[in-house]
Design a protein around this ligand. Structure first.
Ligand code: HEM
Length: 555
């Protein structure tokens, strides 16, 4: 056979193989869908809202900026277990039943994969990452990482937190030096939270609180991460089908897809990775140069990644983090820590502005504590001993969790017990059988406000509820959360690793700003919009993005 003939034959074989592989993959996908549809018959019996579109089901009601009202409607009308319709009329579940949440988040957690981290894994370039890992590998790395967040390391971080918070205090003092001013506080809290995790988490700075400086490329990418990810939730139904594929294939396929939001997430994660690598290389070089050089970092070597790198040098081979894993950690910590904490802080200041009495009470408590300490800032134990400060944080995080949902996808058919039976047309159902591939939205805000748990005033912001013993119904519910009987930081091995870091950061910032400024609502109406993280926006200014004007006045 001639050379040309051989070439034609190999092309033919290659084309046929590709065609057969594509045909097989399509048949497998369709079969998997059909099997799931069949298994989902029991899920369809669960009451839920009518679908409004064959293509997108209830997604346009569930995941748009004004969706909070729809989420509350689901709880009011259908209760703690609600069936909604997803993409291509797939059945999905929205669950705030405490026992079911305990099964999904803790007991049977290996059967319920985190959609966001999974997607992060799919779209990131490097072959090693940390918090996007699953099952045993995730548990192993999480176990190794937990000590980095131990109280002794957080305690050492308090002076650094105060320095950053004081920097913000000075910026704001300059702004209100000649009288009360309306200030977009969210903008400053976002810069502050970024700087806190940069300095406290990574031992680095982008000088984010410089009033003359712009936003860093890293900061922009961090801000874009969660909203971009949330837009991708519609694709979650396909993940169980591809979850075992290597990430380089997923990434290659994702680049070929005609969806700008997928290209966006690749760009965002690449940018975060690029900066994480630069910061890591710098830290590694310092560590090599010796203890003295390492301590010259902005955090004096007390940041989380420095602690990890130092303990890593002494770790045994099988416990040692690879460089790639440390970098993956740096990226994950940065985006997990920034917008969550800044919007939580923004909500606290907003509530204090709405409730001047509570603001005054908090100011008194902080002023008294400062007077007793005789210093210009409160230490770790002093901050931990202030009951009203604690109550304000807990109540705000209960009523307004920055993340309304923890999204999961079921990886294996699972029987999930319920605290309270669901009433279907065919009678009560006290165990849910969730088929593989079903998306499950753990309804954090629904459980945090459940009137059967928290009482008839569960929907009201009342810090005082934390100053007395909690009602027996709260303890009886056995809420599987790591923080204050709420799901704000969820529970199980996937719970928020940084919740104590975040709590401490919030308390430090409140202790610096509340004694210095009086906060009141401005004439401009602020509304809170759902979008992965619930954030404030000026009513009618959709294009401008999140912002929260408040009036600040020197005390
Ligand atoms: C008010 C602030 C915060 C809130 C409300 C919050 C909430 C959460 C929630 C709900 C999860 C679980 C998501 C899921 O399972 O679907 C989570 C995970 C995580 N958070 Fe936070 N977070 C906050 C601050 C922080 C901070 C400051 C850090 C780092 C210093 C951090 C680091 C992480 C990491 C690394 C994970 C993944 C844990 C894992 O998969 O093992 N978070 N967070």
């Amino acid at each position: 056979m001639s050379l040309d003939g051989l070439r034609d034959l190999s092309w033919l074989i290659l084309s046929l193989s590709l065609f057969s592989a594509a045909a097989l993959a399509s048949v497998a996908t369709i079969l998997s869908f059909l099997i799931r549809r069949f298994k989902q018959i029991s899920v369809w019996k669960i009451p839920g809202p009518p679908s409004i579109s064959y293509m997108s089901g209830n997604y346009s009601q569930m995941f748009h900026a004004g969706a909070s009202e729809f989420h509350a409607h689901l709880n009011r009308t259908y209760g703690r277990v609600v069936r909604i319709t997803g993409l291509l009329s797939d059945a999905e579940l929205v669950i705030s039943d405490a026992r079911a949440c305990a099964s999904i988040l803790v007991k049977d957690q290996d059967n319920f994969e985190v959609i966001e981290w999974f997607m992060e894994e799919a779209f990131r370039g490097s072959s090693h990452r940390l918090l996007s890992l699953k099952g045993a590998h995730h548990r192993k790395l999480r176990k190794q990482l937990n000590p980095v967040f131990a109280p002794k390391h957080l305690r050492a971080m308090v002076p650094l937190f105060h320095t950053v918070a004081q920097q913000l205090r000075e910026v704001l003092e300059n702004k209100v030096a000649h009288g009360p001013q309306e200030i977009d506080l969210l903008n400053w809290l976002s810069r502050l939270s970024l700087e806190m995790i940069l300095q406290g988490g990574l031992g680095h700075t982008f000088d984010s609180l410089n009033p003359d400086g712009g936003e860093s490329e890293f900061g922009k990418a961090i801000k874009e991460f969660t909203p971009t990810m949330t837009r991708l939730i519609a694709f979650c139904m396909f993940f169980p089908l591809v979850s075992r594929w290597p990430s380089w294939i997923l990434r290659f396929g994702a680049k070929l897809m005609p969806f700008p939001m997928i290209h966006n997430i690749i760009r965002v994660t690449d940018t975060i990775d690029k900066h994480a690598r630069e910061i890591f290389d710098h830290k590694k070089a310092l560590l090599k140069s010796g203890e003295q050089q390492f301590a010259q970092q902005i955090s004096h070597g007390k940041d989380l990644i420095s602690v990890l790198m130092k303990s890593n040098s002494d770790a045994s081979d099988d416990e040692r983090f690879t460089d790639e894993e440390i970098m993956g950690q740096m990226a994950s910590l940065s985006f997990a820590a920034t917008d969550t904490t800044s919007t939580a802080l923004a909500r606290i200041f907003f509530m204090l502005a709405q409730h001047p009495d509570a603001q005054e009470k908090l100011r008194h408590e902080l002023d008294d504590a400062l007077a007793v300490s005789g210093a210009n800032s409160l230490g770790y134990d002093e901050l931990g001993d202030l009951p009203y400060l604690d109550a304000v944080c807990k109540e705000t995080l209960r009523m307004f969790p920055p993340l309304n949902f923890a999204h999961r996808v079921c990886l294996a058919d699972t029987a999930v017990p319920l605290s309270q039976a669901v009433h279907t047309a065919e009678g009560p159902m006290d165990t849910l059988v969730i088929p593989r591939g079903t998306a499950v939205h753990v309804n954090i805000i629904g459980l945090n406000r459940d009137p059967y748990i928290w009482g008839a005033d569960g929907n009201e912001w009342k810090p005082e509820r934390w100053l007395a013993p909690l009602p027996g119904s709260v303890l009886a519910a056995r809420i599987p959360g790591v923080y204050a009987n709420t799901l704000t930081f969820v529970g199980g091995s996937r719970s928020c690793i940084g919740f104590k870091f975040s709590e401490l950061e919030m308390k430090v910032v409140l202790s610096q700003l509340v004694p210095a400024f009086r906060f009141s609502l401005s004439q401009t109406e602020v509304i809170w919009r759902f979008g992965g993280i619930t954030s404030p926006t000026v009513k009618g200014s959709d294009a401008v993005g999140p912002s929260m004007p408040l009036v600040l006045q020197k005390v």
